[in-house]
Design a protein. Structure first.
Lengths: 324, 264
């Protein structure tokens, strides 16, 4: 066995940024351990020859294309398991995101393969790959090796940088796939539904983000007032978006957006890993939380332990006064 | 129908977790609790049972873990499960995700559930993967990180957040569904339920009882090995202000922001 098979997710004719990062990483690692840097793509007619071969720009030499339902894990497991069985890839690699977890997990069972998740770095050692992953709320980092091939590597969101390294034309190979019976038993009814207003948080230099600690949807008024005073925008955690307190378009983290503003002021956010991965590159992180043990204080530059209902209104007034 | 809920005992969130440097495994001594995400899975099972759309004969909590893990099962039945199964065997120690998934699938096979529910992640391992691993072994469809689940005869309609927004997916039963914490607000067990938990049937099983071969689990069955454990990169600790006088606190925040030219 040799080489690396990476999964690339696409939607409406465009590849996912995290997938392109994984493709770039796969290409870099394949150079070090030898073998093909291949990519598996699964979907319908929008996977044109041009779109697929464009993955060559990120270093892919071969793209396996299969016609099967998209947006669900099991069909991709079937495709990748077949390609690995037929072509003998040593590793399967995934960028951050929900589908990568599902597909990687399915492959683990199907191929009796080792799996690592939330991987932040992959090292090539003696022709093999070692996955590096933080564990226990990032309080320790472990190096994990695989005792057999193939090995499954599921990256953390934004762990792998997108790098253009190739000449832009990968060979496209069509895979004839017969789905497993259980892979046909989940059907997408509606995909990619946007809920709530469309807000733009990616261009804001100053963000005030609210979490469960705000207590209710009304709590966001405090964030909105402060954001307005600062001249910034309001963002939110997954928990409050799922609870319907704030629009999906404002969500930061694992299944939301990734931001790196000059100021990220987190109000009532505990700082779970799923949130951290979407905002940890912010230049200045300020956190207000009543729980002094909240993980967010481990990676904030300024932490305030206190009641945000008392602090936010006064802070808004003080910012207004300062800015005149 | 029969619902099995996979649960796990994890170190209490308030207790600092550590790695045993000699075994390179999580030190599982100290205070334990039922994985918080699993309480949402039990609640989801109870809501199906009480919802009246389909008839649920029983809800069975299933765990794999050391002897002490029965406490997670007591908690699970106090939250409403009818009985529980504890897979425990020295041969299981040191199992990675691959070996654990195999073992759990073997136990579930003996129960033939129509629906398997579990929390989307565990508080200690942050795995996210167990639902899809178990599902593929059982040849069932699966969906993870589900935040809304409607049950009908023979199928479920589930919602979740995926890469591009909310997805709605229809899944035929039997199926494996991992749930997120937004799916429901778990109930608190009544005192009566807590007291009665010990009286509910709890079956302790060894690997031989459910047909697991010893070389498929534990260290022998694991496909990964931990080579090294390192501390995270040093990051300068941030400044912390305890809010005692809010006016003073706010003054300090404004000065801090101003120093960094964030109020320009």
């Amino acid at each position: 066995m040799s080489g690396i098979l990476t999964y690339a997710l696409h939607y409406e004719g465009e590849f996912n940024t995290n997938s392109l990062g994984a493709v770039s990483e796969g290409a870099k690692l394949a150079k070090e351990i030898g073998g093909d840097a291949a990519v598996a793509v699964v979907g319908g007619d929008d996977l044109t020859d041009d779109l697929c071969s464009s993955l060559g720009k990120y270093g892919a030499s071969k793209v396996y294309r299969a016609n099967a339902p998209e947006g669900l894990g099991a069909p991709v497991v079937d495709v990748m398991a077949k390609v690995i069985a037929d072509e003998g890839y040593s590793y399967a690699l995934f960028g951050g995101g929900l589908l990568g977890f599902e597909i990687g997990a399915g492959l683990t069972a199907r191929l009796n393969a080792g799996v690592t998740m939330e991987v932040t770095e992959v090292k090539a050692q003696d022709g093999k790959l070692v996955a590096v992953r933080p564990i226990l709320q990032d309080s320790a980092i472990v190096d994990v090796e695989y005792v057999s091939e193939p090995g499954i590597i599921i990256g953390r969101l934004n762990a792998f940088d997108v790098q253009e390294s190739g000449d832009g034309s990968a060979e496209v190979v069509d895979v004839d796939i017969q789905l497993e019976e259980h892979s046909t038993k989940a059907r997408m009814v509606k995909r990619g539904e946007q809920r709530g207003a469309d807000v733009n948080i990616e261009d804001a230099e100053l963000l005030v983000a609210g979490g469960r600690g705000l207590g209710s949807a009304e709590g966001f008024e405090l964030c909105e007032a402060l954001a307005e005073a600062l001249g910034g925008a309001v963002a939110a955690t997954r928990a409050v978006v799922d609870a319907g307190w704030y629009p999906y378009a404002a969500q930061i983290g694992q299944t939301g957006k990734t931001v790196a503003p000059k100021l990220y002021l987190a109000a009532g956010i505990s700082g779970a890993i799923q949130h951290k991965v979407g905002m940890q590159s912010s230049e200045n992180i300020v956190a207000i939380n009543k729980d002094q043990n909240a993980p967010i204080f481990d990676f904030s530059d300024l932490g305030i332990v206190g009641d945000l209902n008392k602090i936010l209104p006064k802070l808004t007034e003080a910012v207004k006064a300062k800015k005149g | 129908m029969k619902i099995c809920v996979l649960v796990k005992e994890v170190p209490d969130a308030a207790v600092e977790k550590r790695i045993d440097s000699s075994t390179k495994r999580i030190d599982r001594s100290g205070e334990k609790n039922l994985n918080p995400f699993d309480t949402h899975a039990i609640e989801a099972a109870m809501q199906v049972k009480e919802g009246g759309v389909v008839e649920v004969e029983e809800v069975v909590a299933v765990t794999m873990g050391p002897e002490s893990a029965f406490r997670a099962l007591h908690k699970a039945v106090s939250l409403g499960a009818d009985r529980s199964i504890h897979l425990t065997d020295e041969a299981l120690a040191g199992s990675d995700c691959c070996a654990t998934g195999h073992a759990l699938a073997k136990v579930l096979e003996t129960e033939s559930p129509d629906l398997v529910l579990l929390g989307q992640q565990s508080d200690d391992g942050e795995c996210y993967t167990m639902g899809a691993i178990v599902a593929d072994h059982l040849k069932m469809p699966s969906l993870t990180q589900v935040i809304k689940m409607d049950v009908a005869e023979g199928k479920l309609t589930c919602e979740r957040q995926a890469e591009y927004g909310y997805d709605t997916v229809e899944v035929d039963l039997p199926a494996v569904i991992s749930v997120g914490d937004a799916i429901n607000e778990p109930r608190y067990p009544s005192l009566k339920a807590i007291m009665g938990a010990k009286k509910k049937q709890l079956d302790t099983k060894s690997i031989g009882d459910v047909g697991i071969e010893a070389d498929k689990v534990g260290s022998d069955g694991s496909r990964t090995t931990v080579l090294a454990i390192n501390p995270p990169p040093e990051k300068a600790a941030g400044e912390i202000i305890e809010d005692e006088d809010t006016n003073e606190t706010v003054e300090k925040i404004v000065a801090w922001l101003d120093e960094r030219k964030l109020l320009a």
